[in-house]
Ligand binder design. Structure first.
Ligand SMILES: *[C@@H]1O[C@H](CO)[C@@H](O)[C@H](O)[C@H]1NC(C)=O
Ligand SMILES: *[C@@H]1O[C@H](CO)[C@@H](O)[C@H](O)[C@H]1NC(C)=O
Ligand SMILES: *[C@@H]1O[C@H](CO)[C@@H](O)[C@H](O)[C@H]1NC(C)=O
Ligand SMILES: *[C@@H]1O[C@H](CO)[C@@H](O)[C@H](O)[C@H]1NC(C)=O
Ligand SMILES: *[C@@H]1O[C@H](CO)[C@@H](O)[C@H](O)[C@H]1NC(C)=O
Ligand SMILES: *[C@@H]1O[C@H](CO)[C@@H](O)[C@H](O)[C@H]1NC(C)=O
Length: 603
């Protein structure tokens, strides 16, 4: 190809761009002219194409000025339908925010054109159509807020990989929340008539093929019908193995009780049968003997509920007939074999600490890897912080937040002393931190990241906790745990999620935001509004903020060790308790902590 042709192509390209932008401009003008609004916009009909990009309120163009890629018109007082063939022609659109207007009628999506939409905020309008199924074609969609409208019908299965912010609250939606969306907090669905439960004929697991020929006699009473009710879908071999070895586990534990021979005899025949099957080792291993009063059959029959999709797989709550609830986690994509898995589970299962949620059992077979833990009815700290912010909400007090922080820190510090001071938690986040009976924080989900395959697209909420040096989740370290814990502290202080959108529809990373706010010296604005009503806690909050900032230092070596973090957190209360609190001035304004200055000057 010669230069001339290149030039010609360049010229074409240029003209094509100008035409596209002119089309975008006409589409915008048609939109504004056909949709009544109360605030006037400076969109002048005779302005040049280029001033569309530079001067029009709410319009953003691509860097080369060739396309309109963003339209943000919140609170303009729009009233009416979105006119057809207007903004749906903006084929380069990535951001659309028309929140807080009075727009009604169907949602304006034209999915054949809007392929690049990333952020959509149409909250606080009167949209009264349904959410079309074809919305799933928006594969780039990262944030979708349709809260406070009058949307009807079912929630489509928005299984888009990138979707990490969702708000459908306060509509007229019905039905079951699709599985792919159950990873979101329940709060994003409130104010609708939807359920999170699976109805009885929707089995959340796909049952692996079972091999009836290997079914031993003593499991005959488990009819096909019962099997249909199975919630935890382990294979029949797995089931039998589990039943046998569960009994074995009782047998071993009770060996000294004189019942052993009786039990042993009872077990002989099926044990033989099982040992003839190929997979003898499929068994659920209990760590604490048999202090759970249920067997596998009970577990399988238990009603189950999806708790959420975690970083490593789905979690289910299984409620047994006697009322016991356990959390069953179904691990996806292990990166290690049975031996390493069992070794890691052995290490984790041995940890006994009041701030560590005990792993009660695990199960390993070719098709299924499960862990069983205690269930904490109050939900995770993440739910408590970010769940239903509304009138009937009981906010977490400062006292509780301090105890949560301290408890979780102690739990993590304990984890870091295990396996010859080498064990790493690897997945610290508010949804893995719970309240124990003393209202102290305690942690779960320990040591899994080291044995799981790296996830192609990490769930963004988890990504918000990840230390900057961690590019491969298997390479987590104790310093990266400290970083994640620092993000969690910031979450407790600010009440904000590690990744969230602002009213301006930007996607915000909490650490960056706190740096920014602190740098601009609005330190007071960092803190959760729910904390502002407690008197005389400012100093404690600023101290905790300092600790958090030290934990999220960019350079891993500069982060404190977890035991030091525990000491510092213990100091927060001691320091202020040693003073006579009532003598503190009403509004003691704390100076900007040193740690911010060093952190900022390091950039
Ligand atoms: C656009 O039209 C207005 C009058 O309607 C005029 O004052 C203004 O100068 C025009 N602008 C351009 C860029 O032609
Ligand atoms: C558009 O904005 C630029 C500055 O951003 C200003 O110099 C120019 O006069 C504006 N043009 C119009 C037509 O308002
Ligand atoms: C969508 O985005 C990609 C990458 O930013 C771009 O190459 C493509 O042209 C966009 N599509 C449209 C229809 O604008
Ligand atoms: C939506 O609301 C508008 C205005 O209130 C009404 O005219 C229209 O019939 C409604 N559409 C549906 C599907 O309910
Ligand atoms: C929806 O409305 C409620 C009550 O007016 C408000 O608190 C909430 O912030 C709104 N949601 C969004 C996403 O704007
Ligand atoms: C909620 O939906 C169920 C069926 O899905 C229906 O029976 C019930 O009446 C609905 N409740 C309300 C308040 O609309």
């Amino acid at each position: 190809m010669n230069l001339y042709k290149f030039f010609l192509m360049g010229l074409f390209w240029f003209r094509a761009n100008a035409n596209v932008l002119e089309d975008d401009k006409q589409a915008l003008l048609a939109f504004i002219n056909h949709l009544p609004h109360s605030r006037s916009l400076n969109w002048v009909t005779n302005s040049s194409s280029s001033s569309v990009c530079q001067n029009w309120t709410g319009v953003t163009c691509s860097q080369d000025g060739s396309r309109v890629i963003g339209l943000r018109l919140p609170g303009v007082g729009f009233h009416g339908h979105i006119p057809v063939n207007t903004i749906s022609k903006l084929s380069g659109l990535q951001i659309l925010s028309l929140r807080s207007n009075g727009i009604y009628g169907p949602l304006p999506f034209d999915f054949s054109v809007w392929k690049n939409l990333t952020i959509v905020n149409l909250a606080n309008n009167n949209f009264n159509g349904s959410i079309p199924n074809s919305i799933t074609k928006l594969t780039h969609l990262a944030s979708l807020s349709l809260a406070n409208n009058s949307l009807i019908g079912h929630i489509p299965d928005l299984g888009m990989h990138n979707l990490h912010v969702l708000d459908l609250a306060n509509n007229h939606l019905i039905g079951v929340v699709p599985k792919s969306l159950q990873k979101f907090p329940k709060s994003v669905f409130v104010g609708n008539n939807v359920s999170m439960m699976f109805s009885s004929n929707e089995v959340p697991f796909v049952m692996p093929n079972h091999k009836p020929s290997l079914k031993p006699k003593n499991s005959v009473k488990l009819s096909e019908k019962a099997l249909l009710g199975i919630i935890v879908g382990v294979s029949v071999i797995g089931f039998v193995g589990f039943a046998i070895f569960w009994s074995m586990c009782c047998f071993e534990r009770n060996r000294g009780d004189g019942i052993s021979s009786k039990l042993g005899k009872g077990l002989m025949s099926p044990e033989k049968e099982i040992s003839q099957s190929q997979d003898v080792n499929n068994r659920l291993v209990f760590f604490e003997g048999c202090n759970y009063a249920f067997d596998l059959e009970d577990l399988l029959r238990a009603s189950a509920e999806v708790l959420g999709k975690g970083t490593f797989g789905m979690s289910y709550k299984a409620i047994l007939e006697d009322g016991t609830s356990v959390v069953v986690k179904r691990l996806k994509d292990l990166s290690v074999g049975r031996r390493d898995f069992e070794q890691q589970m052995g290490i984790v299962g041995r940890i006994k600490h009041e701030n560590v949620i005990e792993l009660r059992a695990y199960y390993y077979s070719k098709d299924e890897k499960l862990t069983v833990c205690e269930y904490y009815a109050q939900g995770s700290v993440g739910d408590m912080l970010h769940g239903k912010r509304g009138e009937d909400r009981v906010p977490l007090t400062w006292e509780t937040r301090l105890q949560i922080a301290l408890g979780a820190a102690r739990g993590i510090a304990q984890v870091h002393t295990e396996a010859g001071m080498k064990l790493v938690h690897g997945n610290i986040k508010s949804s893995n931190i719970f309240l124990n009976s003393q209202n102290h924080g305690c942690i779960s989900d320990i040591g899994l990241s080291a044995i799981m395959s790296q996830i192609a697209t990490p769930i963004a909420r988890a990504a918000g906790y990840r230390a900057p040096e961690i590019t491969d989740t298997r390479k987590v370290s104790q310093p990266s745990d400290v970083y994640s814990f620092g993000v969690f502290l910031l979450e407790l202080l600010t009440g904000k999620s590690p990744v969230h959108t602002t009213t301006g529809d930007e996607i915000i990373h909490l650490v960056r935001w706190v740096h920014l706010v602190v740098r601009e010296e609005w330190t007071g604005e960092v803190f959760d509004v729910e904390l502002l009503k407690y008197p005389n806690i400012e100093e404690e909050m600023v101290e905790m903020l300092q600790i958090a900032m030290a934990c999220v230092a960019r350079v891993p070596d500069q982060r404190p060790k977890m035991v030091e973090v525990v000491k510092m957190l213990e100091g927060v209360r001691r320091n202020t308790e040693s003073e006579n609190r009532s003598c503190l001035p009403e509004s003691s304004t704390a100076p900007l902590p040193k740690v911010f200055e060093t952190e900022l000057s390091a950039r």
